[in-house]
Ligand binder design. Structure first.
Ligand code: RP5
Length: 293
């Protein structure tokens, strides 16, 4: 039985501590019991920060209050999706409110959109194999070892899923595959012909993704008024023959790419934002399917 996509995020940690990325702006402290907007927190005075670098960018909204900017919150706004996977978000004094709660900073930070900023994440997996071709079992648990493709982010240096932002009007599954191509096989340096050949070779593999998560992401860039959400898809190669032909090569804003073991016992797999929870869900599903064969 395929379970509905997870909606596992009930609080956030990574976006409510320390200095805001690419700035010197300190977040206002938000203790665990003050995250929820329903908890009284009279002292709460977060700094307002919107990075200069996003002003005027074609992918960024104008400022709230600009007479030309009349966003259709909680709706598809022309081809910008302002709907949240988390349900209806509130608008307070004209500003969308983070559905999970306080982050210690208001404004938009480095995010382009007020409210939800939509991304897509591909989780490309295979079983780890011995030189004989047999699936390698983890010694303690005697369960098969799943591997997934991770990239090293150029901005934070953390390992992450090779995801990226959904372009206006783009299908989310298309984003997941495009980002994999750009970050994990460096399609940006391929000629049109090479890319076409690659797409023909992997077309059926990348058309069979299983949705494993849709929702909020505990991304360090989130603020009280702008936050990341993602849709994650698992592309699994059970035989190992399809992805065996993938030549991993970091591209775009990734500075490294590799296959990573997702051990059945799930030790500390430290990944960017909420990516380890997504990988953990993929692992659960894949082990479940393996045990039924
Ligand atoms: C994360 O940021 C998403 O899960 C996705 O992996 C990523 C998208 O942002 P960029 O990699 O484009 O910066 O929240």
């Amino acid at each position: 039985m395929i379970r509905p996509a997870l909606n596992m995020m009930i609080t956030h940690f990574k976006c409510r501590s320390g200095v805001y990325p690419r700035s010197s702006v300190e977040r206002f402290p938000v203790p665990d019991d003050k995250v929820s907007w329903t908890s009284d927190y009279k002292e709460y005075k977060p700094r307002n920060h919107t990075a200069q670098s996003i002003h005027g960018k074609p992918w960024a909204d104008p400022e709230i209050g600009d007479p030309e900017f009349n966003p259709n919150w909680n709706n598809l706004d022309n081809n910008v999706d302002r709907q949240s996977y988390m349900g209806q978000y509130k608008i307070v004094d004209g500003y969308p409110l983070n559905p999970i709660g306080r982050t210690g900073i208001c404004g938009r930070g480095v995010l382009g959109r007020w409210g939800p900023n939509h991304a897509a994440d591909p989780v490309v997996t295979r079983w780890k194999r011995l030189p004989s071709g047999e699936v390698e079992m983890e010694k303690n648990s005697n369960k098969p070892i799943l591997q997934f493709v991770a990239i090293k982010r150029g901005d934070t240096g953390e390992w992450a899923l090779p995801g990226g932002m959904v372009d206006p009007g783009e299908k989310v599954t298309t984003t997941a595959v495009r980002e994999f191509q750009e970050e994990a096989i460096n399609s940006l340096v391929m000629s049109q012909g090479e890319l076409k050949a690659w797409e023909a070779k992997f077309e059926s593999f990348f058309s069979a993704g299983e949705e494993v998560y849709k929702g909020y992401i505990d991304d360090p860039r989130n603020t009280d008024n702008a936050w990341m959400e993602t849709a994650a898809y698992n592309f699994h190669d059970d035989s190992g023959r399809v992805v065996g032909a993938l030549n991993l090569n970091a591209g775009d804003d990734a500075v490294g790419v590799t296959w990573v073991d997702a051990h059945p016992e799930y030790p500390d797999l430290k990944l960017y934002a909420s990516h380890s929870s997504i990988v953990k869900e993929v692992l659960r599903r894949r082990l479940d399917a393996f045990s039924k064969v």
